[in-house]
Design a protein around this ligand. Structure first.
Ligand SMILES: CC(C)(COP(=O)(O)OP(=O)(O)OC[C@H]1O[C@@H](n2cnc3c(N)ncnc32)[C@H](O)[C@@H]1OP(=O)(O)O)[C@@H](O)C(=O)NCCC(=O)NCCS
Length: 161
């Protein structure tokens, strides 16, 4: 997850943070690999907020450049939603990230679920010129089957579940 976050230009947390995440939040996170290639192609770092277990909050999602535009991010989200049985998904997106906004709007469209986008964290909450973060809240989900299949996924390395 750390290597993919680095390659995909996401805000990079410490290696220890990803190890800890894969340990404590393994059920709401995943790594996607192609069957023929053990190099991870995508990852989701998610959690269910302690006060709202019906929501999957996606902290980071990244897909390697060579695998983009083929529905992998959508399939990873659909897989986690189905596995966890959550009714809502939330993520914050910077206003310039068109791909990410399209990803979360697409999630709502596939599940016939409303998508509400509202400013969550303003620029003034961050040091060093970080963009504002707009929160996308998708749900309720679960009215019908999603329009895409389940990806070939494996849990983070070291996960025995
Ligand atoms: C955002 C990201 C994860 C999307 O991964 P992906 O596997 O290419 O996305 P998908 O192929 O599943 O496409 C999902 C939707 O986004 C749309 N989309 C994908 N890339 C896009 C782009 N560059 N511009 C506009 N829309 C885009 C697709 O058309 C699709 O829309 P649809 O559901 O209406 O058909 C990937 O671009 C990425 O890793 N970006 C860098 C890291 C990042 O910004 N992560 C998100 C912030 S946490």
């Amino acid at each position: 997850m750390w290597a993919l976050a680095d390659r995909t230009g996401l805000d990079l947390n410490s290696p220890y943070a990803y190890v800890l995440w894969g340990d404590h939040f393994r059920s709401s996170s995943l790594i996607a690999e192609a069957p023929s290639d053990p190099t991870p192609l995508g990852f989701v770092m998610g959690f269910r907020p302690p006060e709202d277990h019906e929501t999957l909050f996606v902290w980071q999602i990244g897909v390697d450049e060579r695998a983009r535009g083929r529905g992998l991010a959508a399939r990873m989200l659909d897989h986690l939603v189905a596995e966890l049985g959550v009714s809502h998904v939330e993520a914050t997106v910077t206003p310039s990230n068109d791909a990410s906004a399209a990803l979360f709007r697409g999630l709502g469209a596939r599940h016939d679920a409303p998508v509400v986008a509202a400013l969550r964290y303003g620029e003034d909450m961050f040091p060093g010129g970080h963009e504002a973060e707009v929160c996308f809240r998708i749900g309720p989900i679960g009215q019908r089957e999603p329009g895409v299949g389940t990806p070939t996924t494996q849990p983070p390395r070291g996960d025995s579940s």
